[in-house]
Every structure is written in C-alpha cells, then in structure tokens.
Unconditional design. Structure first.
Length: 164
C-alpha cells in the first residue's frame, strides 16, 4: 500500500526522529518525545506505528539495512581477512554510535534483515577462516556476542580473533 505524500512525510519524520532519539538515549525514550521531535502529534505517531515495539523494529531494521549494505559489498572484497575486519568494525561502530542497538537487536529476533545479516556474516567468517586470516574455532554466534564489547575495544578483540 502506498501512503499519501503527507502520510509518507510523517512516517519518514517519525522514523528519523526515533533513530536519533534511540541512538542518543536508548530505547527508554517515550513515543511522545519522538513525536515531539518529529513535529507530529501523539495520534499520528500511533497511526504510523501502533506500538512502541513496532517503532523499535522499524529503527533496528533501518540500521540493519545500513550494515547489510556494507556487508554485502564486502563479500566482493578480494582480501577475505580485510573484508572480515571491515565488517566487524562496521558492526562495532553501529553499536558505539547507537545506544539502541544492543537492546534492540536482541528484541527484534524476527526481522528478516537479522537473518540475512547472520548469513552474510557467516560467509565473511568462512572466507576469512579459509584464507587463514581468522581463527577456525570462531562461530558467527560467538562473533555477534563479541560485538558490544568491540564497540569499545575493536583492536583488542580483532587481535584475539586473528589466526596465530
């Protein structure tokens, strides 16, 4: 279904404001504060996003799309080790810049972008392991467990992940 131009503008403004609010303050920010920043009323916010959880999912989906774009491009990088490192740093930067990612990522388990990101990450991990640039005992699930800490210590964690 295509939205009217004004409805699409409100949707975009709400989603943009939610991205900013959640990134700055975490998921505890109220929908009313998001609506205020977007310059729309409370009712408009809930017409576009019937629950706060729907708004959280839309924000996390947008962030995952951004990371997915970077990750897909890295699949074509000839240096598998450099591709893995660039991916890991991109995900870590997302966590560092966006307070909502840690909680939001865990809450949004059904998003198709999350499943696709795991598949792309698996491919990047396998390529780097096959090239001898990454430890072979690392799983993709373990990789994602390391990401929140990597936002603070990416070099330390990457040093530990490299194959000796």
């Amino acid at each position: 279904m295509t939205l009217r131009a004004d409805a699409q503008r409100n949707y975009d403004r709400l989603l943009g404001a939610a991205c900013e609010c959640f990134a700055e303050e975490g998921l505890e920010v109220s929908v009313d504060e998001i609506a205020r920043r977007a310059g729309v009323g409370h009712g408009t916010a809930f017409r576009r996003f019937p629950t706060k959880e729907a708004l959280v999912e839309a924000v996390i989906a947008r962030e995952l799309e951004r990371v997915l774009g970077e990750a897909r491009a890295l699949l074509d990088e000839p240096d598998a080790g450099a591709a893995f490192e660039a991916f890991f740093r991109a995900v870590a930067r997302g966590y560092e810049r966006n307070k909502a990612m840690a909680d939001g990522y865990a809450r949004c388990s059904e998003l198709p972008q999350k499943a696709e990101l795991r598949e792309v990450a698996k491919a990047l991990v396998r390529r780097a392991q096959k090239a001898g640039a990454l430890r072979t005992d690392l799983t993709t699930d373990e990789l994602f467990e390391l990401v929140p800490a990597a936002s603070r210590f990416p070099d330390v964690i990457l040093d530990g992940l490299r194959r000796a």
